[in-house]
Write a protein that binds this ligand. Structure first.
Ligand code: AMP
Ligand code: ZN
Length: 114
């Protein structure tokens, strides 16, 4: 493993994943512990630790993640809507320190976020 990052290991093919989408900037796969009928992790193909590390030099990766989210949501039949979640840092409850966006859907969520 290049570093201790589990998502970098998935990107390198060292750990198997259930891939749903891939392009030059983005890799997306099903969460191993789904919280909804559809729960996909959308991950930049660059080790950006968390949302605090997004800057002008790497912002294209985040933009491409959201382009991918729109494509994946349509492919997964989520035209009625979905939720995108990013946990950042200790207070945000982030457990894997490689930037990722949870695309969750397939059921109706409460209006309150938490
Ligand atoms: P977070 O708490 O926002 O850092 O989210 C990390 C997510 O990664 C959790 O929802 C885990 O279930 C998920 N996860 C951890 N390891 C794997 C794995 N090997 N394959 C798929 N999802 C994983
Ligand atoms: Zn990583």
């Amino acid at each position: 493993m290049l570093n201790d990052c589990i998502f970098c290991a998935i990107l390198a093919g060292e750990i198997p994943s259930s891939k749903v989408y891939e392009d030059e900037y983005v890799f997306a796969f099903r969460d191993i512990n789904p919280q909804a009928p559809v729960h996909i992790l959308v991950v930049p193909k660059k080790h950006i630790p968390c949302a605090l590390d997004i800057d002008a030099d790497n912002a294209v990766y985040t933009a491409k993640c959201f382009e991918a989210i729109a494509k994946i949501a349509k492919a997964e039949g989520l035209e009625k809507g979905f939720r995108v979640v990013n946990n950042c840092g200790e207070d945000g409850g982030q457990s894997v320190m490689h930037l990722h966006f949870h695309l969750i859907g397939g059921r109706k969520f409460a209006e309150k976020i938490i």
